[in-house]
Design a protein around this ligand. Structure first.
Ligand SMILES: *Cc1c(COP(=O)(O)O)cnc(C)c1O
Length: 433
């Protein structure tokens, strides 16, 4: 399969090139040149298949031409070493719990897949070290750092905004050591993302070291996120609740929801999608007006969605041939203030016993407000509530049980490299590595 750039100025790339480069040389995002439909018999029997079996069928449609079947199967099965259950919250609202992986957020899926695929390509290539640069608003850094920890031939630099991620999030990528370096940037997430993007465009740096990205722009992180939409459908079908399925995705950089939209284009019978935003309402405004107007992000309690210029918007535009009407037909939007998020966590906990994290709360609320009669909704519970301990405990006035996996991280010692938001400083640092 060949990959083209959304800006159409860069040459087509192989999967290997697209994964190693991350971003195309014209700053566009890579798109597969074809999106294969999956056959009817797959959907007819999907409820009888395991998560790994379903995921392998989806992975084969994307990567089967480029990765030998046994290797791809191994990568998929190894990546998905944990379940993604659809848990009933109310009769017509289910939570797709994506937080049962090593860092308790959905990004484990894409990060683990990408680490394994990149590792395979590097082994094929020979020895040269690859450096992964990743900007994080919180959960990407931990998922990528843990996904790549100890992988030979790869060094990871995690850039995160100073003071803008929770203690637990920070511990998950600043305590690892080995091939992981955490860089604390004196700025916001968008500054971190800009540093990474500039590094990829810089001639001196690219001559000095081999750089790649593990942000959601990378096809190897982005496409595997489609796996669990199919599995969500399978679980709901088993319950007899998949006829009018609405999937709601708490969205920031829009990688997660775009993978779901790819699933729909492969034939997954989802009636419609909802993109739930916090106060960073750029996509919401686009749906209302047809104009995409990026702006500086604002800090919220759903911090992994604090994005002012969502990267994957370019892929959505591409997927729908720039038709605002077609986009609106498949996706609606919501936007919530911190106060509304708090109210939703508190109210849902009191009335159903289900504890939401601040991101999942946006998803739940959008379904609670927006489902039509006959529809059943699944929202993506993108992280475990304990990752946002102070916020969540402050809302419910109760203790949140911290999973053992998280407690392990808390014991480590934080180590980081302080950095300004000036590209010149970051460049000078990398040139010294
Ligand atoms: C990254 C993240 C999001 C946003 O996902 P995108 O793919 O960037 O839209 C939502 N919730 C949590 C917990 C996240 O970590």
């Amino acid at each position: 399969m060949k990959y083209y750039s959304t800006n159409r100025q860069a040459p087509m790339a192989t999967l290997h090139e697209a994964v190693v480069k991350g971003l195309a040389s014209d700053k566009g995002l890579y798109m597969p040149e074809a999106i294969k439909s999956l056959p009817k018999d797959f959907f007819d029997e999907i409820e009888n298949l395991s998560f790994q079996e379903i995921a392998y069928r989806v992975a084969d449609a994307f990567f089967g031409e480029d990765v030998p079947a046994d290797i791809l199967k191994h990568i998929v099965y190894d990546t998905l070493s944990f379940d993604v259950p659809a848990v009933r919250v109310t009769d017509n609202i289910y939570s797709l719990e994506l937080f049962h992986g090593p860092t308790l957020a959905f990004k484990d899926v894409g990060a683990r897949f990408m680490a394994r695929l990149l590792g395979y390509f590097i082994r094929q290539e020979g020895k040269e070290q690859v450096n992964v640069l990743v900007a994080t608003s919180g959960d990407t850094g931990s998922a990528v750092a843990n996904g790549f920890l100890g992988v030979e031939g790869i060094h990871v630099y995690v850039l995160y905004p100073k003071g803008k991620v929770s203690d637990i999030q920070e511990k998950q990528f600043t305590t690892l050591g080995q091939n992981i370096t955490a860089i604390e940037v004196d700025g916001v997430f968008d500054d971190c993302q800009a540093l990474v993007k500039n590094a990829f465009m810089d001639k001196d740096l690219n001559a000095h070291m081999k750089l790649t990205s593990a942000n959601s722009i990378n096809v190897a992180r982005f496409l595997p996120q489609a796996f669990y939409y199919f599995y969500a459908y399978a679980q709901m079908k088993k319950e007899g609740k998949a006829d009018e399925l609405v999937i709601c995705v708490p969205s920031g950089n829009f990688g997660n929801i775009t993978a779901g939209l790819f699933g729909k284009h492969m034939g997954l019978p989802v009636k419609r999608f909802i993109a739930a935003n916090n106060r960073n309402d750029i996509f919401y405004n686009y749906l209302q007006t047809g104009t995409y107007a990026p702006k500086a992000s604002v800090a919220t309690i759903a911090n992994a969605m604090d994005v002012g210029d969502p990267s994957n918007f370019a892929r959505i535009i591409e997927l729908y041939h720039n038709s605002h009407a077609d986009i609106k037909a498949d996706i609606s939007g919501t936007t919530y203030t911190d106060e509304q998020i708090r109210e939703t966590v508190s109210h849902t906990y009191a009335h159903t016993g289900y504890l939401l994290d601040p991101h999942g709360a946006c998803g739940y609320r959008a379904l609670a407000e927006g489902l039509q009669p006959g529809e059943v909704g699944v929202f993506l519970e993108t992280a475990h509530p304990a990752k946002f301990l102070d916020t969540v405990e402050g809302i419910i006035h109760d203790k949140v049980e911290i999973p053992a996996k998280l407690q392990e991280f808390m014991k480590g010692t934080k180590q980081n490299v302080p950095m300004s938001k000036q590209f010149a400083d970051f460049k000078e640092y990398l040139l010294r590595q």
